[in-house]
Design a protein. Structure first.
Length: 151
């Protein structure tokens, strides 16, 4: 009986993880955690209470809560004009557009704004699907789902 309950618990846990990944663009958050090493030279993930989840550089903004955040609005960070303009035009980060942005920041902003744009982010991440899934775990929605609460 104990083995059956253990197996059932494992199946339920794994199905929840798969559902979370599927609902968040299909990326693998665990793989994204490893891939984020490429990002931490410029970005940190610091919780609102000041806890450093991933210590990183300060060249880019803190990426805690980036999924669901209006572009160019992280407090006390000096953004370039194009990303601020995109945010003012309604750009809110989700996993899909974050993946597109990471692949070609300048091109993404130019397409979004319909005009030539600049980006301070010069690094291009060919496929940021897993990184976006990882960052989603630090969004308000991702944290509530991990805690078992409804979003």
């Amino acid at each position: 009986m104990k083995a059956i309950l253990t197996t059932a618990a494992a199946v339920i846990a794994l199905s929840g993880t798969a559902a979370f990944a599927e609902s968040h663009g299909g990326g693998d958050a665990a793989a994204g955690e490893k891939d984020f090493r490429k990002c931490k030279s410029c970005h940190t993930i610091t919780a609102p209470d000041g806890e450093d989840i991933v210590k990183g550089g300060r060249t880019g903004p803190n990426l805690h809560g980036v999924i669901g955040r209006q572009a160019g609005t992280y407090e006390d960070f000096k953004y370039g004009d194009s990303i601020v303009a995109a945010g003012e035009a309604g750009l809110v980060w989700d996993e899909e557009n974050l993946v597109e942005y990471a692949a070609d920041p300048k091109g993404f902003l130019s397409d979004y704004l319909g005009e030539s744009a600049k980006s301070k982010m010069t690094f291009k991440l060919k496929d940021a699907t897993d990184v976006a899934a990882y960052l989603a775990t630090f969004s308000e929605e991702g944290e509530m789902e991990e805690d078992g609460e409804e979003s």
